[in-house]
Design a protein around this ligand. Sequence first.
Ligand code: MSP
Length: 659
Amino acid sequence: MPKFYITTPIYYPSGNPHIGHCYTTVACDSIARYRRMQGYDVMFLTGTDEHGQKIEQKAAEAGVTPQQYVDGIVAIFKDLWKYMNISYDRYIRTTDDYHVKSVQGIFKALYDKGYIYKGEYTGKYCTPCESFWTQTQLDENGCCPECHREVKDAKEEAYFFKMSPFADRIEKLLTETDFLCPKTRATELVNNFIRPGLEDLCVSRTSFKWGIPVTFDPDHVVYVWVDALSNYITALGYGNDAYNDYDKFWPADVHMVAKDIMRFHAIIWPAILMALELPLPKHLAVHGWITFNGAKMSKSIGNVVDPKLLGERYGADAIRYHILREMALGADSDFSNEIMINRINTDLANSLGNLVSRTVAMADKYFGGTLPTDRQAEPIDEELISMAKALRDKVDARMDAVTLNLALIDIFDVISRANKYIDETQPWILGRDSANSARLASVLYDLLETIRITTTLLSPFMPTTMPKIWEQIGASADICTYEDAGRFGVLPADVTVHKGEIIFPRIDAEKEIDELNELIRASAPKTEPEIDLVPLSDLIGIEDFGKVDMRIAQIKECEKVKKSKKLLRLILNDGFGERQVVSGIAQWYSPEDLIGKKIILVANLKPAKLCGVESNGMIVAASVVRTTGSADTNNGTAAEEEVKVLFVDDSIPCGAKLS
Ligand code: MSP
């Protein structure tokens, strides 16, 4: 039996899961179910990444131990996965004893091979904040970006993992193989991280305790990525006796992650595996974020959407369908209640739901539920039949390429074709004259077969509702298989349908959107999200403010500045004409996020050259600094800056002056 191993990232249990976390898990679940249907022996792994300073701090705030803290949140994750029908085969917690033992072994093996060495983490230390900063993180005055006080040079003992020996092999992996999907992302990784020279990775810390102790130097705990990434092999039994699946399932077929942790999976994980002389995973599938009004959904911003709240209103399958259908591999997808309700109404209630209920109702009305066996085919049937027959191969190719939204589009193309076939063949007219009985039976049979095939292929995506449809069309589960999805004419000729409940009721959009917005408002944190406030500046007179000429402008073109990780070059329409501006926002925005957007431009700044490129003005943005337990590795601190461009209403004309 062929094997298939798929993984989600392991999630930080530092807050409740939201719909952003659901995406990867639901996507992996759908792939795992599809592979099982194809006959693969599947291992689907998910879990939680439970160590680190942030968890330690949160537990202390809550007055519980870190273990008690993570136990509580892991229970919420597991409950959500159950609710969303996630069919994982194994759930790893990085606090599990077997994982701890394996990670200690891996760390020691890397040390013994000479890839881990003890060094000094040097950085800028802010004593009041007890935080290490890198030079590039300091504010414009070279001070602490959090409290803006002076920092001093400081050193902390730490272990480092040598990255440079693996640079060439990793570059080849990214550029010459189909490891990375979509491959277009390889350039960004190579240019930003590999070509400038891979920095060694800080892999231990002494400033907090909630982590896996380094066996040969117990003041140190293993820091973040060696602990987290190893889960993909420790969960199979690598370096422990808890499981015996390593030889069977490694290397993984697919690791699926979102773009913010791509670098760790595309560079650091292959380097660790190379150092351990283990095979590399076959594919890394990278998707974008679910955003809410353009911003990444995250608890600290207070824009999280509770998947359970939505599932309770529309059903877990509808939510699964919506998030999978909206997200194109590699791009972000903006979540809104309006888009979700429209999607459910258009595709599930109208297209699929109507096809099923009309077909079953007609079989019931004209034949008392059981089709007669005489048939009369006509040439017009051919297009639908051949589309339905070809569908399985198309979906197979989409699943191989991990383009789940395209698989769904292909399936719904056939469903739409079936609805059109009803309009073309007009069964209600055929039903008026019993002389047309054989023709009418043919039409209804073709429709039932199309429903059987499409819903079989949809069942990995919507595992609870599709079997209900099979019941209505008189198809037992043993003919709703992968094998039979490739054949037309499998239902018995005298099939009996069973009228049943409406599977996807139409949603009253206006009423629901109001109610949902209210619910989301009510469940959002009452206070502003916590950020690290920069002290207010000295007072100025209105005449000083008047000197700054701020205008509305639209971004026409945008690209990364070569040789710079931070800069984007933008061409703006400022109402008077075009101008070029360079902005240090590449870390937070990619060109496609910006093109077409209207922004505020500081229009009368003297020209300046940044990385050799002339900039005529500045884009207004907010700098949001938060203390988090983020996954960033090389920094000796847990503070994160996010720069948020102020986008303005499209109706404000370019050139309008702010006053
Ligand atoms: N613990 C690390 C992963 C270690 S894997 C060896 C981590 N955890 S996380 O909980 O912060 O994020 C887990 C995954 O969820 C990441 O891929 C992250 O990008 C993804 N998402 C979190 N919010 C998301 C959205 N709003 N949209 C899509 N995915 C999002 O990183």
